[in-house]
Design a binder for this molecule. Structure first.
Ligand code: AMP
Length: 391
């Protein structure tokens, strides 16, 4: 299938060609025609599958005709994090560059004055995080009655972050005569319930199931003794010749402390976590993209939605506690069909987290054993005897 098979206008096809895409990804093949007909859509897709373009391209097509009114955005995209919101905005600019669409971004950490001015004049696209949008709505800065396309992106992440009440409230403020698109990497029962509530007679488009994405990455597991954890990371980086990687920790405190340890060991590292403001995170990411730093240490939240092309390697310094996060993390590498590597460090008592990942991906991670290190075995610790401080 080719992009030109879709009923997209030449300006959009040109922008897709400019972006260097030759063929639509599976989720794009399924979602783009459905969205163009005006249908509601439930997209089951994680990052790395091309899911953003799957809704941005047909949205641009639908919005290209029509006019915006003051304070009444014509479409609304809800994103769980500011990074994802920023990234989505960048896609609208990329794919809409040959057309005249207007856009505003309501996220924390970004100066509001310019966004208010844009909203005042009227925008075709409003991209927002839920809390920030409600805040601005309550101040009368934005009216939602004119939204004809509503997108709820990364719904499962919204759920994890406790944003669902905000999302429900926002949906209640948008006209019922709208097209609704909801995307989620996973479909827990709560997300199904929300899809039933928000979507009318939806079409479904599923990207390759998580297992396929996971197996597209060459991933390995290292079981390490707690006192050898940092040493294991160093040995891993040396022996596997990891020149550049995103390294994930479960908590922001660990992010900062690992970054310090790495710097002391002579490694070129920077960290991003939820406490940094937008400018600081963007700066770190830009430095990483530009090759000025080799290692970006991050929490799950900070890394959501970051688009780092051709990232060769992801290291999980902590085993993700939610198996879904594993999929999201390794989705940072091997994006859109490119090959990538992932390494996960697990402490012996983290066996049940590793089991949860194996269940979700349907694939056992092969063990990587590095000489000179203890090689403990994983144990399935009973629930009641978790180590203190573990969630
Ligand atoms: P996403 O799943 O939206 O996070 O997109 C993952 C990556 O795939 C991004 O770097 C996109 O620029 C890229 N991408 C999206 N669609 C295509 C396509 N049809 N061909 C090649 N790359 C794509």
């Amino acid at each position: 299938m080719k992009f030109s098979d879709f009923a997209l206008r030449p300006e959009i096809l040109q922008a897709v060609t400019d972006a260097g895409y030759t063929a639509p990804t599976p989720i794009q093949e399924r979602a783009i025609p459905a969205i163009l007909t005006g249908a509601d859509l439930l997209g089951i897709a994680q990052t790395g599958t091309g899911k953003t373009a799957a809704f941005v391209l047909p949205m641009i097509e639908r919005l290209a005709s029509g006019q915006s009114k003051a304070r009444m955005p014509r479409s609304l995209i809800l994103s769980p994090t500011r990074e994802l919101a920023t990234q989505t905005a960048a896609y609208f600019e990329t794919y809409g560059k040959h057309l005249k669409l207007t856009m505003a971004l309501l996220i924390g950490g970004v100066g509001m004055d310019e966004q208010w001015r844009k909203l005042d004049r009227g925008v075709d696209v409003l991209i927002a995080t839920p809390g920030r949008l409600i805040d601005q709505f309550e101040r009368g800065k934005v009216l939602l009655g004119g939204v004809s396309i509503l997108v709820i992106d990364e719904a499962d992440r919204m759920l994890d972050m406790g944003f669902i009440p905000d999302v429900e409230r926002i949906v209640g403020l948008v006209s019922r005569r709208r097209q609704t698109l909801m995307f989620s990497a996973t479909m827990p029962a709560e997300i199904r319930r929300l899809a039933d509530a928000f979507l009318t007679d939806p079409q479904e488009a599923q990207a390759a199931p998580p297992a396929t994405t996971a197996t597209g990455v060459d991933d390995h597991l290292m079981v390490v003794a707690p006192r050898q954890k940092f040493k294991a990371l160093r040995r891993l980086i040396e022996t596997q010749e990891v020149g550049k990687a995103i390294i994930f920790c479960n908590r922001k405190r660990e992010v900062a402390s690992l970054r310090r340890q790495m710097e002391r060991a002579g490694m070129n590292a920077r960290d991003i976590h939820g406490d940094l403001d937008q400018a600081q995170r963007t700066k770190a990411l830009d430095a990483f993209k530009a090759g000025e730093i080799d290692f970006l240490v991050a929490t799950d939240v900070a890394a959501r939605g970051l688009d780092i092309a051709r990232l060769p390697c992801v290291i999980n310094y902590d085993v993700p506690i939610h198996a879904d996060d594993y999929i999201h993390r390794i989705g940072r590498t091997a994006r859109a069909g490119r090959e990538g590597r992932a390494f996960t460090l697990a402490l012996p008592e983290e066996g049940r987290f590793v089991d949860a990942i194996t269940k979700l991906t349907g694939k056992q991670m092969p063990r990587l054993e590095i000489g000179g290190m203890d090689q403990p075995e994983l144990v399935d610790e009973p629930q009641g005897r978790r180590r203190r401080g573990r969630p």
